[in-house]
Design a binder for this molecule. Structure first.
Ligand code: DGT
Ligand code: CA
Ligand code: CA
Length: 574
């Protein structure tokens, strides 16, 4: 069974939890937490890294001991150290740790005072009012705990890109089952949400039993939560839940539409059906007992007088009205992108040389890229100072002069400092084709100061593109508090652009930000922020996000031919 990064991280987190329960050395606990974090944030599977012979010890926070544990987990799916820890703790005690408001100290207290070692015992104790005897467990906390036990959280939402990895091998497996016609991942995944709560598979097949067997027997399944003749739910070893629905071909479009959602979109479409005396559900579109549509999604939409609506728009955010009025936008597609305006090299924190990155960009079908390594301000990045930047510009001139089908623009990703000034002098920035400015610190400024800071940066004579405007890291760092509309309006005035950073953990601008940009006529740069040759594949995630934000090719800066893009990007004093 393949072991994913997520699985390794989960084991390290569990070890940290158990160590906390045992009041182990805080440094040890932190080491495991940090390792879990490192492993989780790796863009590539550690299994591949180990297979290719690259040392794990190069990763931050991974020493010999943790590296050995990773190798053990990759080889066996288990970790002896975890198994040993588990033997020292009553089964179920760990579950208590995951309840809101319960840290290790409180869990120990509950165990000591009331002998509570499981969710079931805790629930019973709350019902009997016994928790009131324990210090610190007021009525508010008790209510929260009761609520959390009654509605268990299914864990964190997975990044879309992470879920895609798990989905791919499962889908491939199901496609090989005899009698299977189509397998589609529906739900929020198909709508292109940046994160997904679970995966929803819709399979069309004449032989549901065979599909069911393959699904529940899939080697990454850790628990079967429910299984009937045509529907099932499982939890994968990664923690991700997958729901399955098997339908006959005649219902496939209706089921796909239903399970793609969103729920609000479905309800709206169903109501339109009711007005036409139609019943629309996951089995089809019915007039009385007769099925009149449902084999394809198009037929479902047509039954209520609508054209096909792309899944990314199905949030009941005006798409149904737009479709009815013939005003659906033609959404941008990956093939529309001609360039990528945010690319790093090994001159700073990338892994590959400019030549290698250029080769990969060409292989990804691009005509131009902008080399935008980091400015020097942040020591950790080995950022460029004026001298090293000059050397890089010479290299770009040489590569461009050598001909070839890819043009490299001269750029930089310069830090926007706390006061909105840029981290390199004007005369240096003025030599470049474009200047990307980015917030990499001082995330916590108040709403007003944050906007003032960004506006001041946009006022800079050479500023071209505001990178990852909200500076969020999904699941890790909240977006900065800023009035985005003010920023967008200022971009429009200044002739600046906004980036949609396509890294799976950023996807920043978000969908609402994209709509705002389009409303104000600000072009969006869908950029990979590539640090590795493989990262150009991220453009796909960015395009999906842009589509969720209703963007067409005309709203996207890097769909323009090179000459026009260059013209718009180069900013002189004004
Ligand atoms: P998620 O999993 O939280 O990222 O979001 P979804 O949208 O994938 O939600 P999920 O997995 O609960 O359900 C998948 C789809 O099934 C959902 O988008 C619409 C449909 N659906 C689920 N429950 C209902 C319901 O009560 N009514 C209707 N009309 N549709 C539903
Ligand atoms: Ca889902
Ligand atoms: Ca679901």
């Amino acid at each position: 069974m393949p072991v994913h990064n997520q699985d390794i991280a989960a084991i390290f987190d569990e070890i940290a939890d158990l160590l906390e329960l045992q009041q182990a050395n805080p440094f040890r606990i932190r080491a495991y937490r940090r390792a879990a974090q490192t492993v989780r944030s790796q863009p590539r599977e550690l299994a591949e890294r180990v297979a290719s012979g690259r040392a794990l010890q190069d990763l931050p926070g991974i020493g010999d001991d943790l590296a050995a544990k990773i190798v053990e987990i990759l080889g066996t799916g288990r970790c002896a150290a975890l198994d040993k820890l588990k033997r020292g703790v009553p089964e179920g005690l760990e579950d208590l740790l995951h309840l809101p408001g319960l840290g290790p100290a409180r869990v120990r207290l509950l165990r000591r005072e009331l002998g509570i070692t499981s969710l079931a015992r805790l629930r019973a104790a709350i019902e009997k009012g016994r928790l009131t005897e324990v210090r610190g467990f007021g009525p508010k906390l008790q209510a929260r705990l009761a609520e959390a036990i009654a509605n268990p959280v299914t864990g964190k939402r997975a990044l879309r890109a992470t879920a895609a990895r798990y989905a791919a091998s499962l889908v491939a497996q199901l496609q090989r089952v005899e009698g299977v016609e189509t397998v589609t991942v529906a739900g929020s995944f198909r709508r292109g949400s940046d994160t997904v709560g679970d995966l929803d598979l819709v399979v069309s097949s004449r032989r549901p039993a065979a599909v069911m067997k393959a699904f529940t027997g899939y080697d990454e399944v850790r628990a079967v939560l429910a299984a009937g003749d045509t529907r099932a739910s499982v939890r994968l070893a990664s923690g991700l839940q997958v729901d399955l629905r098997i339908v006959p071909r005649a219902s496939y479009g209706a089921a796909l539409h239903y399970f793609t959602g969103s729920k609000a979109h479905n309800i709206h479409v169903r109501r339109m059906g009711q007005r036409r005396k139609l019943k629309i559900n996951e089995y089809g579109v019915f007039r009385g007992r007769e099925q009149i549509a449902g084999e394809t999604e198009e037929s479902v939409f047509a039954s209520v007088g609508l054209p096909f609506i792309p899944p990314e728009l199905r949030e009941d955010n005006g798409e149904i009205e737009a479709a009815a009025g013939g005003r659906l936008p033609a959404l941008v597609e990956r093939a529309d992108l001609r360039g990528d305006l945010h690319v790093h090299t090994s001159a700073t924190d990338g892994t590959a040389t400019l030549t290698e990155m250029a080769r990969a960009a060409r292989a990804a079908g691009l005509q131009y890229i902008a080399c935008t390594d980091h400015s020097r301000y942040l020591g950790a990045y080995r950022g460029l100072d004026a001298g090293r930047l000059a050397a890089q510009l010479d290299e770009i001139d040489r590569l461009n002069a050598a001909g070839g089908r890819l043009t490299i623009l001269k750029g930089i990703e310069v830090d926007i400092l706390e006061d909105g000034s840029l981290a390199l002098p004007d005369d240096v920035l003025g030599r470049l084709d474009l200047v990307i400015g980015a917030v990499h610190g001082h995330f916590g400024l108040g709403r007003r100061r944050q906007a003032d800071r960004l506006l001041r940066a946009l006022d800079h004579p050479h500023f071209s593109i505001l990178a990852h405007p909200a500076a969020r890291l999904i699941g890790e760092r909240e977006p900065i508090d800023v009035d985005l509309e003010r920023v967008v309006r200022h971009c429009a005035q200044r002739g600046c652009f906004l980036e949609l950073n396509a890294q799976p953990q950023r996807l920043d601008l978000d969908d609402a930000g994209c709509r705002l940009a389009a409303e104000h006529g600000v072009l969006v740069s869908i950029a990979s922020d590539a640090h590795r040759p493989e990262d150009f594949a991220c453009l796909e995630w960015g395009v999906t996000q842009a589509r969720r934000g209703w963007l067409g090719a005309a709203n996207v800066l890097n769909t323009l031919p090179l000459a026009r893009a260059k013209e718009l990007l180069y900013r002189t004093m004004s």
